[in-house]
Structures are given as C-alpha cells and as structure tokens.
Ligand binder design. Structure first.
Ligand code: NAI
Ligand code: MG
Length: 357
C-alpha cells in the first residue's frame, strides 16, 4: 500500500477552517479505499508565525519541505502583515523555489450550482486555465527609489524566458490533447510587445507539434469578455502569471463561488514536491464563523491524489462533491446554503465512504 508523506500548511484565516475538512475527506478516502495511507506533518507557518518570529516560514523551509511527497496548503495573508510580505514569503517562495511552473486551475460549474451567468449550465462552464507560475509579472524583479519623496519611482519588471514559456505551453497542449482538443493562449502582444511577441512565437512553434489541437491566440482583454459571453467555447487556456491569476478568479466566480475552485501547483518533472491549494485567499471578512466553503480545499485534495497516482480515489472525491452539490445540502452561504464548514466536510466524507462501500 502506498504511504504518502504530506506537508500540511493551513496558513491564515479560513485556511485554518477549511484545511481540517480537506484532511477529513482524504482520511475517509484512505480508510474506505484501503489503497493508500497519508502521514500528515503540520507546519504552523503564516502571519502569526511572522509576527512572533520575523519570517513567514522557517529559514530552511524549502529544505524541510523537499522530502515530502506533496504539500497541502490552505491560504496565506492577514491584515496584520502586508500582503506583499506574506505572499512572497510563503506561497511565491514555495512555487518559485520548487519550480512549480504549471498552475492548474479548473473552472467547472457543478450540478445544482447557479452560475451568475444567466442561462449557462454545467455543460457551458467546464474549462481549465494553466497559469505560468514561476516567472512573468510575479518574478519580483524591480525596486523603488527616492522613497517618500515627490520624485519617487517604482519599477516592476516582468521576466519571460523562452524555456519558461515553452514548458508551460507544451504542458497546456498536452492537456488539451487529453481533453476536447482546444487551446487558447492569452497574451497582450499589442501593448506588451517584448514579452508577449516572444510568447506568441513560442506558442506557434510548439503548436506545430500538436496538429490535432485547435490552437488560438487571443488578446487577454477580449478573452475576459469571452469568458462571460461564450464560456462554452473554452477548453484549455494558457496564460502568464498575472493574466491567469485574474482570469481564474473570474472563472471561479462563473462557476458559482471563489470558495469552490481548486488548484494544483505542479512541478511536472517531480524534481520537487508539488503544492495543492484552493484558489481563494484567507478571507478575513468571514474568518472564525465556520461559514467558509471547504469545497475548494477538498477538491484540491482530489487533485493531489490524482498527481500522486491515486486516480480512482481522486475520481471518488470529485464525484462526492458533485453528488453533494446536486443534492443541495448542506452547502455554505456563498452558494445559497445555511450549512457550516464542518458539516460540508462531514457530508463529503460520508459520501466518499459510501461510494467505496
Ligand atoms: P479572498 O479570496 O480571501 O476573498 C475574496 C472574497 O471571496 C471574500 O469576500 C471572501 O469572503 C470570499 N471567499 C473566499 N474564499 C471563500 C470560501 N472558501 N468560502 C466562502 N467565501 C469565500 O481574497 P482577498 O479578500 O482579496 O484576500 C484576503 C487575503 O488573502 C489577502 O491577505 C490576500 O493577500 C490573501 N490571498 C492569498 C492567496 C493564497 O494564499 N493563495 C490567494 C489570494 C489572496
Ligand atoms: Mg489570485
């Protein structure tokens, strides 16, 4: 039986509320399937850790995390610490440090969930955005000069390498090949001509290797409109760090709630552990009330199981989520229910157990 070492980082805010539900469902799946075991090691890193210790994680955090099979991550950020400190000190440090260059972000409207788009049902909203996750606009290159003076300037550079672009685009083509065979690349080469002309060239070159995929290059602003007007035309989308970050909050909203969208930060070559987390943040506005939707966290656990090779287990978890939303309760208030966070976790865990029985 496979035995996986999982590093668990609940983080801040509702990360601490949804993480127990994610682990609960994984444990239900482990027991019911009898096909794997997980050993969880918890790390108390985050904004509270920063306020008492001066850093978001332990100094040698990446060395510590390196030996795990996967990282299960809640959310990071709290009003007590500047977001730039918390994000760069943790999530970006892990994604970039472990070269998790392919960030997978499904936008799927589940049965029973109402999209804010009138007349669009589950058949219309079922696509995956692949976000470049290690460079681009979030590389952190730049600086500020003349701080506080009227002549103050800030420079924030984007870094786009041929290698970095090519590997994420190839990953996206391979995924499109396994799905409905349509890939859209989102750029802005009319205004950001240096970075995105390179991106477009690489997209065209890699596309030659995949004649069976219908490849389209679209400007990101037009694509934002298309997300809303014709989501059914989307299968796989690939975009830079910033563009895909924005597009995927839109995708999650179209699929009913930011609280339900999962993500996988993959190092496809498996040189380093990959990281699995809901796309939402720490939601300080609802923290502490047990009303956070744990579905994004639970679904991210399914993505983790899939990447670890437990494909059947992953399918059972996703099917359990679909059964719950289709049935309609308990659901959390963000999707119109009155259920509490732990009740949703209990319900999904129960359905998972029954599905293996
Ligand atoms: P957010 O995603 O935390 O919240 C945005 C809105 O969605 C809020 O109204 C929140 O209540 C709602 N929401 C989010 N998750 C939900 C859930 N599971 N169930 C129900 N409602 C949910 O984004 P926001 O407010 O911009 O950022 C809050 C903090 O989170 C900041 O410190 C930010 O830097 C951090 N953040 C961290 C991320 C990460 O760890 N990967 C990603 C995004 C933001
Ligand atoms: Mg985001």
């Amino acid at each position: 039986m496979e035995n996986y070492q999982i590093a668990v980082i609940p983080g801040d805010g509702i990360g601490k509320e949804v993480m127990p539900e994610g682990v609960k469902v994984l444990e239900a799946a482990a027991q019911a399937s009898a096909s794997f075991k997980c050993q969880y090691t918890y790390f108390p890193w985050g904004c509270e850790y920063y306020l008492s210790r001066g850093s978001m994680m332990e100094k040698d955090a990446l060395k510590i995390l390196e030996k795990f099979d996967a990282i299960y991550f809640g959310a990071v950020g709290f009003p007590s610490v500047p977001d730039s400190v918390s994000l760069r000190g943790m999530r970006l440090a892990i994604c970039q440090g472990f070269d998790q260059y392919a960030n997978i972000r499904p936008a799927v409207l589940l049965p029973g969930i109402q999209s804010p788009l009138a007349g669009k049902g589950p058949e219309a909203i079922d696509f995956i955005v692949i976000r470049e996750n290690t460079e681009g606009e979030y590389c952190g290159v730049g600086g500020r000069a003349h701080r506080g003076l009227p002549i103050e300037v800030a420079v924030q550079s984007g870094v786009f390498s041929r290698v970095g672009i090519e590997r994420v685009i190839r990953f996206a083509f391979q995924l499109a090949q396994k799905r409905r065979g349509c890939l859209v690349s989102a750029t802005k080469s009319n205004a950001l001509e240096h970075a995105f002309e390179l991106w477009d060239e690489v997209f065209a070159q890699v596309g030659l290797e995949f004649p069976d995929v219908n490849a389209e290059q679209v400007l990101v602003d037009a694509l934002a409109a298309r997300f809303v007007l014709r989501p059914e035309s989307l299968d796989v989308v690939v975009a830079s760090n910033l563009f895909a970050d924005i597009l995927t909050d839109l995708g999650a909203a179209l699929a009913g709630s930011l609280g339900m969208a999962p993500t996988a930060n993959l190092n496809p070559e498996r040189m380093y552990p990959s990281m699995f987390e809901p796309i939402h943040g720490s939601a300080p506005d609802i923290y502490g009330r047990q009303i956070a939707n744990p579905v994004g966290m639970i679904w991210s656990g399914a993505l983790m199981m899939d990447f670890l090779g437990q494909h059947e287990v992953s399918k059972h978890i996703v099917a359990a989520i679909r059964m719950l939303t289709g049935r309609g309760q308990p659901l959390t208030p963000d999707i119109g229910g009155s259920g509490r966070t732990f009740e949703v976790g209990n319900a999904v865990a129960q359905i998972v157990r029954e599905s293996f029985a």
